[in-house]
Write a protein that binds this ligand. Structure first.
Ligand SMILES: [Zn+2]
Length: 193
C-alpha cells in the first residue's frame, strides 16, 4: 500500500486547488476526496468558468470520485474542503453517504455545517457523515481575504480610471478616499461565494 495521507496533507492539497481557483479568477475554494488514505479526486471552485452555479469545488470533486469508482454512493470516502460547505454541497455529501467531511474555514454567511444551519446534525437527513471544521482554517482565510482584497483594489482602480476619464485632466490627484467602514468590514468572512 502507498503512503496514507494525513488530514493536514489532504487539506493542503485542497488549499493548492483553492490557489489555482484564485488564479482563474474564481473564489478560492478547493476540495479533495480521499479513500483508504489516498487522494482519488481533486477539484477547485469553477462556477464562473463553467457557467454553472453548482460548480462548487465539492460538487466537482464528488462527481470525479463517483466517475472513478463507478458509484454514486461514496460510503468509504472522505472529503476535505477549504471552506465550510454550503447547503447544496452538504446535501450532495449526504447523498453520497460520505464517511467524513473535513473543512478549513468557517463560512458565517452560507455555511451549512454549523455556521448558518447544520445539515450534518439532522438525524432525519444524516445517518452517515460526520463533519469536522477548522483544520488549517487560517491558511484558507488568508487565501480568501487576499483574493477579495485584490478584487476590491482592482474595482477601486477601475472606478478611479473612470473618474479620471470623466474629469478634467489638470485636476490634481485627489488623495485616496479612506475605505468606508463597511468596505473594511467586508474583510470579515462573508460573501465568500
Ligand atoms: Zn457549495
Amino acid at each position: 500500500m502507498g503512503n496514507v495521507i494525513t488530514d493536514e496533507e489532504a487539506m493542503q492539497r485542497a488549499l493548492d486547488q483553492a490557489e489555482l481557483a484564485a488564479l482563474a479568477g474564481e473564489v478560492p475554494v478547493g476540495a479533495v476526496v480521499t479513500r483508504g488514505g489516498c487522494i482519488i479526486a481533486v477539484a477547485r471552485n469553477a462556477p464562473i468558468t463553467h457557467h454553472d452555479p453548482s460548480a462548487h469545488a465539492e460538487i466537482l470533486a464528488l462527481r470525479a470520485a463517483g466517475q472513478l469508482l463507478g458509484n454514486y454512493r461514496l460510503p468509504d470516502c472522505e472529503l476535505f474542503v477549504t471552506l465550510e460547505p454550503c447547503a447544496m454541497c452538504a446535501g450532495a455529501m449526504l447523498n453520497a453517504r460520505l464517511q467524513r467531511v473535513v473543512f478549513a474555514a468557517f463560512d458565517p454567511k452560507t455555511g451549512a455545517a454549523g455556521s448558518v444551519v447544520n445539515l450534518f446534525a439532522s438525524r432525519q437527513l444524516n445517518h452517515h457523515t460526520c463533519v469536522q471544521g477548522g483544520l488549517l482554517a487560517s491558511s484558507s482565510t488568508v487565501l480568501l481575504q487576499s483574493f477579495f482584497g485584490q478584487r476590491r483594489s482592482q474595482k477601486r482602480e477601475q472606478s478611479q480610471g473612470l473618474c479620471s476619464r470623466n474629469e478634467e485632466q489638470d485636476k490634481p490627484d485627489k488623495p485616496d478616499k479612506p475605505d468606508k467602514p463597511d468596505t473594511i468590514v467586508a474583510l470579515r468572512p462573508t460573501n465568500w461565494r
